[in-house]
Design a protein around this ligand. Structure first.
Ligand code: FES
Length: 106
């Protein structure tokens, strides 16, 4: 059975931008808009206590504001030191203008 969690309106995230959102039972999340494609991952950097939404989106990567580590927004894979642990990502569906993710299986 589908258990979608609505995170925000698609129009709330401009192309090339990110937005922090909260969903019950999940860590803080970051929603990204890459030219109309939406991606969601955990917002806390895997290297330290920094929000990725305070960093910079460049192409399909996001740079952490603390030490300049980078992740691929689509996959969560680290692309620049000192980040070596991937960000958890979530499959995204846009339903009636809402950015949604499937509730992860506990
Ligand atoms: S806290 Fe993000 S790179 Fe160090």
């Amino acid at each position: 059975m589908s258990d979608l969690i609505k995170l925000c309106k698609a129009q709330d995230v401009a192309p090339g931008q990110s937005l922090q959102v909260d969903a019950e039972g999940l860590p803080a999340l970051a929603v990204y808009n890459l030219e109309g494609e939406y991606y969601v991952s955990n917002n806390m950097c895997t290297h330290g206590m920094a929000w990725m939404t305070d960093g910079y989106v460049e192409g399909d990567e996001v740079e952490c504001p603390f030490h300049g580590g980078r992740f691929n927004i689509r996959t969560g894979e680290p692309t620049a030191f000192p980040c070596v642990v991937p960000l958890q990502t979530y499959p995204v569906t846009v339903v009636d203008g809402d950015v949604c993710i499937q509730r992860p299986v506990a």
